[in-house]
Design a protein around this ligand. Structure first.
Ligand code: AMP
Length: 299
């Protein structure tokens, strides 16, 4: 089964205390699509400008990602730039140039409209809603978001949350949305907004799932050589959805295993700039890290 992924396709310029890397392949959909492609066929919807390097288009194709829904428009590709502090946890946005993203309206090619698994990766919630309206009875829809939309598009975001099966956000966003700093209370409050499954990501501390069968504490894979965590959250949720599509299921047990695979793919993402390390991961390396996670969490 395939997974439909809609989100941003970007050129990212990333500054860490040690290095600076201009115009890497980035964006929520790019990270999520490559991560999902380790497990299932992927259909990606997004927009790029005429300046989008052909080597990045080839990279998507090498990963078997279907690009029928990737619009190429006159103008510049969305460009985002961020800088990490010495601790590599705090990041600030230096620049956001919307380019062709400013007028983007995601239109789904007809065959995509019946995709069973749908990931609404981080973009404006109004666009995520626009995608959802084009779908014909999807089986499992997950949405991701970011603090920006909590600040400027809360009404659209709340309308979206009501309609999805799973909602994924990080701990500071959950705190902002629910006005509580206790993660378990935050999960309860988010369920009341609609979704059956809620996942709160906690960076290098892993993530927590809450669903009808209770909680699941998912560890992060221990990364000792952290290079650039940009896109780790997108990789986590992309791999999660790819795994569910491969497993053809979305039960609690499936989601738990999918999260473990998400943690593993996110760990590769953190070991290189942009998608540099993710694209070199192999299925054998992924399996090895899944086994390691099993070992270090068993008691
Ligand atoms: P993460 O590290 O998981 O928060 O995701 C980082 C990715 O989000 C980068 O590759 C950016 O290109 C992308 N991004 C940054 N700002 C936005 C935005 N306003 N809308 C969509 N994607 C964005």
């Amino acid at each position: 089964m395939s997974v439909l992924i809609v989100g941003s396709t970007a050129l990212d310029s990333i500054k860490t205390p040690r290095r600076e890397n201009p115009k890497l392949l980035g964006g929520s959909a790019s990270h999520a699509a490559v991560a999902a492609s380790f497990f299932s066929p992927v259909n990606m919807v997004g927009v790029v400008g005429e300046d989008f390097p052909s080597k990045y288009t080839r990279l998507f194709k090498r990963h078997g990602i279907d690009l029928a829904g990737l619009q190429v428009k006159p103008g510049k590709t969305f460009h985002w730039s961020g800088e990490y502090e010495a601790n590599m946890n705090n990041r600030r946005t230096l620049l956001t140039e919307l380019g062709v993203f400013e007028t983007f309206s995601p239109e789904l090619p007809r065959p995509y409209q019946s995709s069973p698994f749908v990931l609404l990766a981080n973009i404006a919630p109004a666009l995520q809603l626009h995608v959802l309206r084009q779908m014909r009875r999807p089986r499992f829809v997950v949405a991701d978001t970011m603090d920006l939309w909590l600040n400027i598009a809360l009404e659209d975001l709340l309308a979206l949350i009501k309609l999805v099966d799973g909602f994924v956000l990080n701990d500071s966003e959950a705190q902002q949305l629910t006005q509580t700093d206790n993660v378990f209370n935050a999960l309860k409050k988010i369920h009341r907004l609609g979704p059956k499954y809620v996942i709160i990501k906690q960076g290098s501390h892993g993530s927590i799932l809450s669903g009808p069968k209770g909680f699941f504490l998912c560890p992060a894979y221990p990364v000792s050589g952290l290079v650039d965590p940009t896109g780790a959250g997108d990789s986590f949720v992309g791999a999660l959805m790819g795994y569910l599509a491969r497993a053809r299921g979305s039960t609690d047990a499936h989601i738990r295993r999918a999260m473990i695979h998400g943690s593993v793919v996110a760990s590769f993402c953190c070991e290189g700039f942009g998608l540099n390390r993710t694209v070199t991961a192999t299925p054998a390396q992924i399996d090895e890290r899944v086994k390691r996670l099993e070992q270090i969490t068993r008691f």
